[in-house]
Design a protein around this ligand. Structure first.
Ligand code: BES
Ligand code: ZN
Ligand code: ZN
Length: 483
């Protein structure tokens, strides 16, 4: 959709429909021309109505807090989707920060307008093409026009980058192999200050990334290690994101049951988020050096599949006893994390659909924030809250730390307990983070929200693009943070 910021009042703009949020059921506002009708329709919390005479869309809104605005925008979009309107207009609603409120509003529209119909014979083209955003604020708060324009622009960038991640994730495994992942990353190198390097299995062998290579062995598609770099001139810090890019996870020889295998095309969601993050930081021109490292492969079965009982030697020399080939994400990530540390990050964050245990623990809407630095986990949590993405820090302890002991190797790829699987997966990864980087590392388990069964708010069923918005929100905090 095209968003046009304008200094005109809501009344002065020419558009086919007008969107009005009814805040806290207050029908007395001068934007609300249809007070009587709304009363007769018993307009209340949760209501959305389109009045055909006036072509006004009224959306009930509990507050003007950012997430409420995203949700209200989504409901307005859903309503307008059912009409033939090509243009609509809206005023602005400011909570504390004008930039954040306006950005959230645009995110709500753009995220909810996402539709994945690549494989449908009958496409559903978007009818609503233009949204005019007026500088007029619901409570007559004065907002700078430059702020309006910037927030509209940035909101669209964030939603587009999130939608890019959704496209990657929704694409079926046969149409999206590690080579496609590399091609997708290469496309980002067209952006200013972005470069991309793609490495094949020969490089992985040379680098002794045997753990990563073992996961790939039974796949007919070769693996790829992808290294994207966004390096602006004024970069203040270097942040490296590492993404799990399993284009399919069958579980390997520890095969998943049929039902659990459905949707495992989404096991590339960490990598997709990394692509979205690089796309966003480059377009937002953030003054940070941001790397995106992706380990991409399938986890399949076959005569040459890696097996439970195998012992793998990872890039940093740690030996790993395989007890379950379905715990493959950590085997790819451990080598990628080790590689990432060669580039001396100020911060390193990995994103992965790593464990079903994280979904059991937190539910399907929330990502887990793991690591060894509880303060950093908390800071990430606060930043993610502002983005609208749901997260919860998960803290480790000395007892769980012991659960990865192996009799034959340095470490086992699964825990000896059925409990606390999200945390023990994080502990496994932490062993591959060198002491000097431990305090600046986070692991985000996005297994829950990455792929959605039941649509909610501005998220359709299928990929959600989890990770992109929360990481950008956190990156912004680093721009001013002393370290
Ligand atoms: N990709 C899965 C995790 C997953 C599960 C993502 C459900 C999204 C939804 C991961 O590779 C996996 O299979 N993990 C195992 C680990 C276990 C064997 C220790 C799991 O969670 O069952
Ligand atoms: Zn698995
Ligand atoms: Zn997996």
């Amino acid at each position: 959709m095209r968003y046009i910021s304008t200094k005109k009042s809501l009344h002065e703009i020419n558009a086919e429909a007008t969107i009005i949020f009814v805040v806290k059921q207050n029908l007395k506002h001068h934007w609300i021309e249809d007070k009587k009708t709304l009363k007769n329709l018993d307009f209340k919390d949760g209501s959305v109505v389109l009045l055909p005479e006036s072509m006004n869309v009224y959306v009930a809104c509990e507050s003007v807090e950012s997430e409420e605005l995203r949700l209200a925008a989504a409901r307005a979009y859903e309503k307008l989707k059912q009409t033939n309107c090509k243009s609509a207009k809206i005023g602005i609603y400011i909570d504390k920060c004008p930039y954040a409120s306006i950005k959230a509003l645009i995110e709500g529209f753009e995220l909810s307008s996402y539709n994945f119909d690549r494989f449908k014979s009958k496409k559903t083209p978007q009818k609503l093409k233009t949204l005019y955003v007026s500088l007029e604020e619901v409570n007559k708060k004065g907002v700078d026009f430059q702020t309006l324009k910037q927030a509209v622009k940035d909101g669209k960038i964030l939603a587009d980058s999130t939608n890019l991640a959704k496209d990657v994730i929704n694409t079926p495994p046969e149409d999206f192999t590690p080579i496609h992942m590399a091609n997708e990353a290469m496309k980002l190198a067209k952006l200013e200050n972005v470069t991309c390097k793609v490495y094949d299995e020969k490089f992985l062998k040379k680098e002794k990334m045997n753990s990563f290579l073992a996961v790939n062995r039974a796949s007919v598609y070769p693996p790829r290690l992808i290294h994207l770099t966004y390096k602006p001139k004024d970069a203040k810090k270097r942040v490296i994101f590492v993404g799990k890019g399993l284009t399919y996870d069958s579980g390997g020889l520890s095969l998943k049951p049929s039902q659990a295998m459905v949707s495992m095309k989404a096991d590339k969601s960490g990598a997709a988020a990394v692509l979205g993050i690089i796309d966003a930081v480059a377009k937002l021109k953030l003054p940070l050096e941001v790397h995106g490292i992706i380990g991409s492969t399938e986890n399949m079965i076959g005569g040459d599949a890696y097996k439970p009982d195998d012992v793998l030697k990872s890039r940093n020399g740690i030996t790993i006893e395989v007890k379950n080939t379905d715990a493959e994400g950590r085997l790819v990530l451990c080598d990628c994390l080790d590689y990432a540390q060669d580039f001396k990050p100020d911060y390193m964050v990995d994103l992965a659909t790593l464990t079903g245990a994280c979904v059991v623990a937190l539910g399907e809407y929330t990502s887990g924030i793991l690591g060894v630095n509880e303060q950093l986990q908390k800071e990430f949590y606060e930043a993610s809250k502002r983005s609208g993405e749901l997260t919860t820090p998960l803290y480790s302890n000395r007892y769980l730390e012991k659960s990865l002991k192996s009799n034959v190797a340095d470490i086992c790829n699964i825990s000896n307990s059925r409990y606390g699987g999200a945390i023990t997966a994080g502990i496994f990864l932490s062993r591959f983070v060198k002491d000097k980087y431990k305090d600046s590392w986070l692991h985000l388990d996005i297994a829950g929200p990455a792929f959605i069964d039941k649509p909610w708010g501005y998220a359709q069923s299928g990929a959600s693009g989890a990770g992109v918005r929360m990481c950008i929100s956190w990156l912004r905090t680093l721009m001013t943070k002393e370290k």
